[in-house]
Design a protein around this ligand. Structure first.
Ligand SMILES: *Cc1c(COP(=O)(O)O)cnc(C)c1O
Length: 353
């Protein structure tokens, strides 16, 4: 068997998908299941669609094309506002595309018209997080204008919070988005959805605090990990044992806890900080910054602590582990979203679905 490897637990993933889709549908919310953290794995997308997800979302055109090729029927939503250079592909393979620039929408309209199609768009509104979207004070005019472009079908408006600025979605900023929707509709422009956001906004559905006009959610992290990084929570009604990362011990030695010699910067340009705990038993596992975010590696065994990593080595303090470790032993970990993203992306990590 090849290590490191990332082993999925499809039963727990299915459980999360069913629970969340039930909760969304009971609240009149359409569910976009986001698979970008798994590089758009077709097996995952199929599982999502079979267990209640309405639309598959991904941020990369390559992933959507691969899913289509591998027999996932969609519908597909492209989450990252498109590059001018990929608009032909968007019109070809994407059912709904998020947008934030009139110039891009015009190009989309032209390409769609030339193919006898109309392209569905969701116009993004920035209500504070400073990532994509027209700033909320200017949103109504720009979105009304986009809806009049030939070849364009305004499917909805949406927002994304908690990703760049870390702004927490709450009933107030959701009402702000809903109000923008009302103003657009009052100008005779109709559309189907108000897409309220991502995992950071899910707690409002659970706690019944979501304004009723928010009728679409785009969810990634909560489905696949049962967690919400922005609000720093693990959802009690979901499962977190969806993935296990396995890595092999390649060195096991007792060494000081503080380096010997003058300290410069580490392999990643950081100045490492050490606490002097005397001599400790350390294990090196064959995985590194190229494959994981070491801060997001959560040991499954008690008494194991992740200390630090360079590109290919991760050093653990295993002094407090109750048991005997030896070279070649496999250690297991849970992952945070950022560590999972990197593990999925690293071609050196074997995936077991
Ligand atoms: C990634 C992404 C999502 C999903 O976010 P999660 O926090 O993983 O739920 C939703 N919308 C957009 C635009 C995204 O890029």
């Amino acid at each position: 068997m090849a290590y490191p490897r990332l082993v999925s637990n499809m039963e727990s993933i299915k459980y999360n998908v069913r629970e969340i889709s039930k909760m969304c549908h009971e609240n009149g919310i359409e569910l976009v299941g986001v698979v970008k953290v798994a590089k758009g794995e077709p097996l995952l997308a199929k599982t999502y669609l079979e267990n209640g997800v309405d639309i598959i979302g991904d941020s990369r055109m390559q992933n959507i094309k691969r899913m289509r090729k591998d027999g996932v029927n969609g519908p597909f939503m492209l989450l990252r506002i498109p590059m001018m250079s990929e608009i032909e592909d968007v019109v070809e393979s994407v059912d709904i595309v998020l947008v934030s620039e009139l110039e891009t929408v015009k190009k989309i309209g032209e390409v769609a018209t030339s193919r006898g199609k109309r392209q569905k768009i969701i116009y993004m509104v920035d209500i504070g997080d400073l990532r994509e979207g027209v700033w909320f004070t200017k949103a109504v005019d720009e979105i009304v204008e986009s809806s009049k472009i030939k070849g364009i079908d305004l499917y909805g408006i949406g927002t994304n919070l908690g990703c760049y600025g870390g702004v927490i979605p709450d009933p107030d900023n959701m009402r702000l988005l809903a109000k923008i929707g009302d103003k657009i509709r009052s100008q005779g422009v109709n559309f189907k959805v108000i897409s309220g956001g991502n995992t950071a906004a899910l707690y409002m559905v659970k706690d019944k605090k979501i304004p009723p006009s928010i009728n679409e959610y785009r969810l990634g992290e909560s489905l696949i990990l049962g967690t919400d990084t922005t609000n720093n929570i693990s959802f009690e009604f979901l499962k977190q044992d969806t993935f296990t990362l396995e890595a092999e011990i390649i060195e096991l030695k007792t060494k000081p806890s503080v380096p010997y010699g003058r300290i410069g910067r580490d392999a990643m340009g950081r100045v490492p900080v050490f606490e002097d705990l005397g001599d400790r038993l350390k294990a090196i596992i064959a995985i590194g910054e190229q494959d994981i975010d070491p801060a997001g590696l959560i040991p499954l065994n008690k008494g194991i602590k992740v200390l630090h990593a360079s590109s290919d080595h991760t050093v653990l303090d295993v002094s407090d582990f109750d048991g005997n470790l030896k070279l070649g032993d496999i250690l297991k970990f849970r992952l945070t979203y950022s560590a999972l993203l990197r593990a999925m992306t690293s071609e050196y990590v074997e995936k077991v679905w």
